[in-house]
Write a protein that binds this ligand. Sequence first.
Ligand SMILES: Nc1ncnc2c1ncn2[C@@H]1O[C@H](COP(=O)(O)OP(=O)(O)O)[C@@H](O)[C@H]1O
Ligand SMILES: [Mg+2]
Length: 272
Amino acid sequence: MDALTEGYVTEDGRRIGGVLMEMKNITLRFGGVVAIKDISFDIREGEIRAIIGPNGAGKSSMLNVISGFYHPQEGEVWYKGGVRPSMKPFEVARQGVGRTFQNIALFEGMTVLDNVMTGRLTHMKASIWEQAIWWGKAEREEVHNREQVEKIIDFLEIQSIRKTPVGRLPYGLKKRVELARALAAEPSLLLLDEPMAGMNVEEKEDMSRFILDVNDEFGTTIALIEHDMGVVMDLSDRVVVMDYGKKIGDGTPDEVRSNQDVIDAYLGVAHD
Ligand SMILES: Nc1ncnc2c1ncn2[C@@H]1O[C@H](COP(=O)(O)OP(=O)(O)O)[C@@H](O)[C@H]1O
Ligand SMILES: [Mg+2]
């Protein structure tokens, strides 16, 4: 599959494009701890790509490299056909990489609507001065931002809680609000760190459906970390398997499931 440059068509008929992001020989150390050891893989346009592996394998670290939170000591990150220079997370976000966090990071005292609005910050071009002096531009921008946010709120079916402070919501809905905020930025690549962790079966089903719908409706490329193997196998087009910072498998869910290294390291044992 890696030899394909033009993309491929999935079993369910979705068209996957060329390489959007490529990690080349990434190594990341924290002092003496090697969180990522010489890992390479790519993410294709339109794909749902999963990263799996036991706790401490380096999965979150990998998403943090992609989102610019961590800077690897070795290797290159390629994005949209070129090497990405070392960047701050907000600059990476501006280039169209959105994310949610393993531990929810929302403003608990603010309403759902205001939280989702913060997702538009990367798109706000009018400065404070322009907002004061050149009222028209700032207002047009504000109207457009509101429209985008309302579209996402409708799409994720959270209209009924738009005025509710996030702190009052149950966990599953908070996760959905975090997804809404990430989507409000209209990312080309969306990174989801354990979007279904701690959810009950029904919440997981809802979240799975929303992830598929986002991919389908907005064409968003998605890279996600998930522990529930059923969910991973159902959702993802291709899977990277990590163990102790190394990549031990990479392929379709079927390929990964039958990979002996993966079975030994991960699938055969409890992992939480
Ligand atoms: N900011 C950090 N400082 C020091 N060590 C870290 C940091 N982040 C992660 N690590 C270490 O890197 C390894 C991989 O962690 P992580 O990427 O969180 O794994 P996973 O998400 O697969 O559970 C672990 O040994 C962890 O303790
Ligand atoms: Mg993690």
